[in-house]
Structure formats: C-alpha cells, structure tokens
Write a protein that binds this ligand. Structure first.
Ligand code: SF4
Ligand code: SF4
Length: 119
C-alpha cells in the first residue's frame, strides 16, 4: 500500500511530537481499543502501515485535537489514510463476499418476480 506524501507527513508530525500523555484517549473508545498511545500507533503506521479497519474506525469527531496540548490532528491523519486506501479500492477489496452478495441479490436470476403470467 502506497500512502501519499501528505498522509506520511501528517503521521510523522504526530509520531515525532506526541508525548504519549494519553489525554486524547480518555474519552475516545476508538483509541482505547486500537492503540497503546498515538505516538506508538503512528510510528507503527510509518514502519508497517495499519490495518484498514483502524483509520475507518475513527469517527473524525476532532475531540482529540481539542484536548491535545499540542493540537495534534489525529482525525485529519486518519481521514488522509482513508482517502489513500479508497483510491486503492480498500477496504472494499477485502470484502469480496459482500460484493458477491450484492451482485447476486440484485441479479435477475435471484430477483425474478412472479407476475402471475407464467404458464
Ligand atoms: S477524531 Fe477519532 S481519534 Fe479523535 S477523538 Fe474522535 S474518534 Fe477519537
Ligand atoms: S493528547 Fe496529543 S500529545 Fe497527548 S497522547 Fe494524545 S496526541 Fe499525543
């Protein structure tokens, strides 16, 4: 997965400046679920990327930036990751079975309507 320069720069700012104070984590279930602290999470992103479920689970509410003493913009970084992922067709590519279900359930074969005129 190739992330844009903009996304990488945003992640670097967080990885390099976050002090791991965890103020942003106090009221954010998403961060509590997926990261030990933002500094570690964004370092991991820069080293090996993150599973698509992670950036897609942020609600983009912006509360983390409000409470962060450094006003780090976690939401903007997650949004940038999502914008890069969607260009690569992710996470939809990983949901092939859902796509197949959508195709089949709207296919004429399975959506035939009996109009009462069949002999
Ligand atoms: S923008 Fe995302 S990371 Fe920040 S508080 Fe909201 S849900 Fe949590
Ligand atoms: S509030 Fe800011 S400095 Fe503190 S852990 Fe969160 S992102 Fe890092």
């Amino acid at each position: 997965m190739d992330y844009s320069e903009k996304t990488i720069e945003m992640a670097q700012i967080i990885a390099e400046n976050c002090t791991s104070c965890k103020r942003c984590m106090k009221d954010c279930l998403f961060l509590q679920t997926y990261c030990e602290d933002p500094q570690k999470m964004f370092h991991r992103f820069l080293e090996e990327g993150l599973e698509p479920i992670i950036p897609y689970s942020c609600m983009l509410c912006g509360r983390c930036t409000v409470v962060c003493p450094l006003k780090l913009k976690l939401d903007e970084a997650f949004l940038a990751m999502r914008q890069d992922l969607i260009k690569e067709g992710l996470p939809l590519k990983q949901l092939k079975s859902v796509e197949m279900h959508q195709k089949l359930s709207t296919s004429k074969v399975f959506s035939a309507v009996n109009r009462g005129d069949m002999k």
